[in-house]
Design a protein around this ligand. Structure first.
Ligand code: GLU
Length: 469
């Protein structure tokens, strides 16, 4: 049997962390089995579905690299199909017209609740044929009255629900539109879905969907219902806990590799292993190792993973994602060293790509002002002599490489009879604008000889102005 899985989001908001994890598990399972992954947009709730949300979901999936093999399908484009199946069930006596008005049903439910019963449709129209004329009706599915639905959930084990617990579900509303549970059933069948991976909030729908599948003579897929994600305070993860939209993580400077690695571990494990490349995830993933208990979101761990990937992925790969942040911060990377080279020297110093761009601006742009604290401390009159000497020494450097630069700095310090720091710190502030940078030799290599000389001159001018004021 070849495996087909799907991700079936309702486009009523962004692709959030929970949805992304479900999508990842579903995608991983398909990939691990050499199967197919289908993307289906469940937009039947036309009031709440928006174009923007559809696009946000597609963007999020693309950014994470969870490419689909089929789709995206849109349920609103498939209404005719659903209705044809409903007509067939009607013909076969497996569904029926229900003329009960909603206020009548509300009253019944109220009374049931008063008696402490579970509110449910009592099957009033199940066997009636005395249809009133010119009145709107819904179509209900004739749920079996006897027996039970049994299925083996990959996460939760065997689940049994007695059919007496289930009432006859509306499958077509009186306005002619098919309902959510019915569309899912038809789609899972027609799209050949063999494994349904979804949130545990859908577990109550599963027995109903299985009954409809059986009535249609369709095969029943296997199921894996994934538990909830909680915030670090133990409450259901929501906007209050910071970013929940996947694209917010991009905006905050996370790499998709880090987010994927974070998400895969949020409810799935393979021994004590924490770091998984995507290929490794595909190799090792199995539905049977998904955890039953809710998982708590831990931002620290996500940051730790992000740091890990910034440091260890090939700089060219990091650069592809970092470029977005430089653009976002209006830093034109054509005006300076290759982004990869900057990443190599800065990777150790940052948690996020956003920070990376922030602290790398001086490679691409002249700064207006020196950092006030650094200037106060290091661009004092005594530093002027050092800066003049080191500028001249650096101007003499033939091949502009880190060994030669280091030599020039060392020789200057020696000549002036000063410690390295006394020369190095003013030079650092002159070249980068602040007291924080990677080691001077590599920083200066990337800045280029003429730029360094120009910036040292600016620092000397700054000191002179200060002397005269
Ligand atoms: N459309 C549903 C949701 O967004 C998912 C349904 C399913 O996976 O069966 O929650």
């Amino acid at each position: 049997m070849s495996v087909v899985t799907r991700f079936a989001p309702s486009p009523t908001g962004y692709l959030h962390v929970g949805g992304a994890r479900t999508a990842l598990y579903s995608w991983l399972y398909a990939k691990s089995q050499g199967g197919k992954f289908v993307l289906r947009i469940e937009d039947t709730d036309v009031e709440r579905s928006t174009e923007q949300a559809k696009q946000a979901i597609l963007d999020g999936m693309k950014w994470l690299g969870l490419e689909h093999d089929e789709g995206p399908y849109y349920q609103t484009e498939r209404f005719d199909k659903y209705n044809q199946y409903i007509d067939k069930l009607l013909e076969q006596g497996l569904a029926y017209r229900c003329y009960m008005k909603s206020d009548e049903l509300d009253k019944i439910r109220e009374e049931q609740e008063k008696r402490g019963e579970k509110p449910r449709y009592p099957g009033t129209w199940r066997d009636r044929t005395d249809y009133p004329e010119n009145e709107a009706f819904a179509i209900r599915f004739k749920n079996p009255k006897e027996g039970e639905v049994v299925f083996k959930d990959h996460v939760r084990g065997e689940i049994r629900i007695s059919n007496t617990e289930l009432d006859d579900l509306v499958i077509r509303r009186s306005d002619g539109t098919p309902t959510y549970n019915f569309c899912v059933v038809i789609d899972d069948w027609e799209m050949g879905i063999t494994h349904v991976v979804r949130g545990e909030d859908h577990i109550n729908n599963t027995p109903r969907q299985i009954n409809i599948l059986k009535a249609l003579g369709a095969p029943v897929p296997e199921y894996a219902h994934v538990s909830m994600i909680l915030g670090d305070d133990g409450k259901k993860l929501s906007k209050r806990h910071g970013a929940v939209s996947v694209m917010q993580y991009r905006d905050d400077g996370f790499l998709p590799q880090a987010v994927l690695n974070y998400l895969v571990r949020l409810g799935w494990s393979h021994g004590d292993q924490e770091i998984f490349s995507v290929d490794e995830m595909i190799d090792l993933f199995s539905l049977d190792h998904i955890s039953k208990s809710a998982s708590a979101f831990n931002t620290e761990k996500l940051i730790w993973l992000n740091q890990h990937y910034i440091k260890t992925l090939p700089a060219s790969e990091v650069a592809e994602h970092a470029k977005w942040h430089f653009d976002e911060q209006k830093i034109d990377v054509r005006n300076g060293p290759a982004l990869e080279d900057v990443i190599k020297v800065q990777a150790e110093r940052v948690d996020t790509l956003k920070e990376l761009a922030e602290i790398s601006r001086y490679f691409y742009e002249d700064f207006e002002e020196f950092d006030a604290n650094a200037a106060k401390k290091h661009l004092r009159p005594v530093a002027k002599e050092c800066l003049v000497a080191v500028r001249d020494a650096l101007n003499e450097v033939g091949e502009w490489n880190s060994a030669n630069i280091q030599n020039a700095i060392n020789n200057t310090a020696e000549k002036l009879g000063l410690g390295m720091g006394k020369v190095g710190m003013p030079l650092r502030v002159a070249a980068t604008g602040s007291g924080n940078s990677p080691s001077l030799d590599v920083t200066l290599v990337l800045l280029k000889q003429s730029k360094v000389a120009q910036r040292i001159d600016k620092a000397i001018e700054f000191i002179e102005k200060r002397e005269n004021s």
